[in-house]
Design a protein around this ligand. Sequence first.
Ligand code: PGA
Length: 224
Amino acid sequence: MKFLVANWKMNGDLEFADRLISAVKDISTQHNVIICPPFPLLFKFQNFPHKLGAQNCSYLEFGALTGEVSPLLLKELGCQYVIIGHSERRCIFNESSEDIYKKFQLLLRLNLIPIVCIGETSEQKSQWREILSEQLALFKNEQNSEMIFAYEPIWSIGTGFTPTTDEIHERISAIKTMIQGKVLYGGSVNQKNSSEILQISSVDGVLIGGASLKIEEFIKIIDF
Ligand code: PGA
């Protein structure tokens, strides 16, 4: 069973959510399909037969944190998964590994499953092992087998470029020596490359950005 995670980022609206839900609700699959829409669209997925996730959360349950969203509220809305530490959060919003680790601990305490994103930039390509090891340092002693990591090389996100299948296998196998848990691949996953990537033995699933917003393409990816 693989994880097929749709990360809509800051895209989609009420009408798109309705269309996506009616297009995928009758698809039966043995895999874990997880849709991660923007926060205001989560309510649309109340009777959704697949799984629901969020793209971020606060590191606290409640409090004076204007503009933040509590993981408790995400849980109430039906989320079982929360993506944390996406490279866009790390690079654009300056989130540190310490910030991400605080969110991670809170999510596990609330029985939500974190999907922790990691990955190197194009300048760091030759030092990928050191970079991934640094990003994973705080997580190395965690023993929860449900937690999920997503290896997303930053140079591959939204660019149409992916590592070779051998490189993906090498990186993900290395990550699996550093932490417990499942490891997904993310970065320019599309209808053409998804089945090849999902066949890599070390890959537990994929995180899909742009292609998850094209309903027909997304259906082909999850219906493999
Ligand atoms: P992409 O995005 O599939 O559009 O490359 C993946 C991600 O950022 O999670």
